[in-house]
Design a protein around this ligand. Structure first.
Ligand code: ZN
Length: 249
């Protein structure tokens, strides 16, 4: 997984800033032949835009392929609209996969793989059960969103259903059993449990402006999977540095 943050801070939804505890994930695809996320990072970062999701999967501004986070994951997004029973906008992390012309299996496969890995990370971070991963078309049938067909107009062309997708996310979560990741203990640092904050939203509230500033300035970057791997010590170093250099108070 290749992960960056580019929050759409001018978007009306970001400005509204309503919070939620994520309980599920909605998978969307854009319905437009445009594989570059930069198109959305620009056109959606405006106060008159009344739609927003938490992330896009597609080509990133640097030309690599990956995921760009556009809203904090604990914000309510404006993604799937309202259905007869309510809206998953109040409870679900939602992302768009940038579509191509829907005929290229190579492009589909990199999108699918990235989406599986992204969902696996979200499930682990927020304790989300893979059965609570749904696409927009399923959300509509469940009564929690507007009548759209994404992603059922695309995935089946390449032999994939949402059942396959949920199973693949489950496998990605279970397959991730490397000792370094399972262990809450730093190597050679026995019996001292270290908490890692992998996402900005997981960091202690007071530290979020500092972490965000450091990300914006490129002082810190995520690892190859986009995880920040911050600890209390590392956050403290960051805060002291930002204060000492007069960048923040
Ligand atoms: Zn949709």
């Amino acid at each position: 997984m290749n992960f960056i943050q580019n929050l759409l801070t001018e978007n009306k939804c970001y400005i509204a800033g309503a919070k939620m505890a994520p309980r599920g994930i909605v998978v969307h695809s854009t319905g437009v032949n445009q594989t570059k996320t930069s198109a959305y990072l620009t056109s959606w970062n405006k106060s008159e835009v009344t739609k927003c999701v938490h992330a896009f999967i597609g080509y990133l501004p640097d030309g690599t392929f990956g995921t760009v986070q556009t809203l904090p994951f604990n914000y309510k997004c404006w993604g799937c609209g309202n259905g007869s029973k309510g809206s998953y906008n109040n409870s679900h992390i939602q992302f768009e996969i940038c579509e191509d012309n829907l005929t290229d299996s190579k492009y589909f496969n990199i999108c699918y793989k990235e989406a599986v890995e992204f969902c696996a990370e979200l499930c682990k971070t927020y304790g989300i059960d893979t059965k609570n991963i749904v696409c927009h078309a399923e959300v509509y049938r469940l009564g929690y969103g507007t009548g759209h067909t994404d992603v059922e107009h695309w995935f089946p062309k390449f032999g994939k259903t949402m059942e396959n997708f949920r199973a693949d996310v489950e496998m990605a979560i279970k397959g991730d059993t490397s000792p370094a990741e399972e262990s809450p203990v730093e190597e050679g640092d026995e019996e001292v449990a270290v908490t890692y904050y992998d996402w900005t939203t997981a960091c202690p509230d007071w530290s979020v402006p500092y972490v965000q500033k450091a990300l914006d300035m490129g002082i810190i970057k995520g690892d190859e999977q986009g995880r920040l791997r911050l600890t209390d010590d590392r956050i403290w170093t960051l805060v002291v540095t930002l204060r000492a250099t007069g960048i923040m108070k």
